[in-house]
Design a protein around this ligand. Structure first.
Ligand code: ADP
Ligand code: ZN
Length: 313
């Protein structure tokens, strides 16, 4: 029996039906429109889930679907499925997402931090053939998950490790979590856009006066705009340093990068991989490689599905 997988991001919602071998039988996505607030967003997420079931030929009611897996930005409580005010989802304080999903689909529902889930999805279905990996998502926010010796790392608080809030500059930028200089304060689509907006104010940059996204910064950096390039270089330098820290701490066989910002491809991967493997301790660096997920936009859905299969047993 396949599972339904739902992925809740700050920019997009995604839903898919995923078979036990990782085959994605249907995939649909829609903008989160986070400003509409949790009630409206959750309704559209549930509708998107129904659409994914229909597109897989499994309309609700007659569904031979085993469970629903849900990946969402943390912090959240994976045992109750309650979302606890993630920085990327303003207004989502104590949203009982697991319960709402379970009621709509009348199926066992398992909620997990999206990046933790994606780490398990990459381990199961990434096609890497490794027993240990660190997954990092560079999307609206920044987070990650760890698989060691074939097992997902959960932690006593069941948050899977807040990798996005590792401090890489203790006097650095204010982060949404309240601390200063977290990796997320530099390495996230939101921060890339914000730093570029600050940097171009009053300048003659090709980005000045426009509403700026991380995608724009990547494009203008490629086209040679010096301010966009400086923001991009700072981002890849920070991410490279962050990856080096994780390579030293975890000594994984692989670091996998995913999320919307990785659509920039080699423009992101090459400087990050070079910086990380140069700065990490040589034995750990030699044992490791840094790659992009092969799953593109489906990485979150595959992660949520992997969690559903793991908890189903
Ligand atoms: P979510 O956080 O909802 O899961 P995504 O993973 O799609 O959403 O990430 C959205 C972020 O990815 C946005 O900040 C967007 O600007 C950025 N992005 C999308 N395409 C590109 C691109 N080609 N290059 C760089 N950044 C991109
Ligand atoms: Zn933080």
């Amino acid at each position: 029996q396949p599972v339904l997988a739902l992925d809740v991001g700050g920019t997009k919602l995604a839903a898919g039906v995923v078979a036990r071998d990782g085959t994605v039988r249907s995939f649909c996505r829609i903008e989160t429109a986070v400003g509409e607030g949790p009630t409206a967003v959750v309704k559209r997420l549930l509708d998107l889930g129904e659409q994914a079931l229909a597109e897989a030929g499994l309309p609700v009611g007659s569904t031979p679907v085993a469970a629903v897996g849900v990946g969402c930005g943390g912090p959240l409580d994976p045992s109750t499925g309650v979302i606890l005010g993630p920085p990327g989802l303003p207004g989502w304080d104590s949203v009982p997402l697991g319960q709402l999903v379970a009621e709509r689909f009348e199926l066992p529902t398992y909620v997990e931090n999206d990046a933790t889930a994606a780490a398990l999805g990459e381990y199961r279905w990434g096609g890497w053939g490794v027993e240990s990996l660190v997954y990092l998502t560079v999307s609206t926010g920044f987070g990650g998950g760890i698989v060691a010796s074939g097992k997902l790392f959960h932690g006593a608080a069941r948050q899977g490790g807040e990798l996005g809030h590792v401090v890489i500059d203790w006097q650095g930028r204010q982060c949404g979590c309240g601390a200063r200089g977290c990796a997320e304060a530099y390495v996230s689509g939101t921060s890339i856009a914000r730093r570029a907006t600050e940097a171009v104010a009053g300048s003659d940059s090709t980005l000045a006066g426009l509403p700026i996204t991380a995608k724009d910064v990547a494009a203008h950096a490629r086209a040679g705009d010096p301010i966009a390039r400086a923001v991009w270089d700072e981002t890849t330098a920070m991410l490279g340093r962050m990856v080096a820290v994780l390579v030293n701490v975890c000594e994984p066989e692989l670091v996998v990068l995913g999320g919307g910002v990785t659509r920039a491809g080699a423009q992101l991967l090459d400087p990050v991989r070079n910086a990380a493997l140069r700065q990490a301790m040589p034995p750990a660096a030699r044992a490791c490689d840094v790659v992009l997920s092969r799953h593109g936009d489906a990485v979150g859905v595959l992660g949520a599905a992997a969690i559903a299969y793991e908890r189903l047993g």
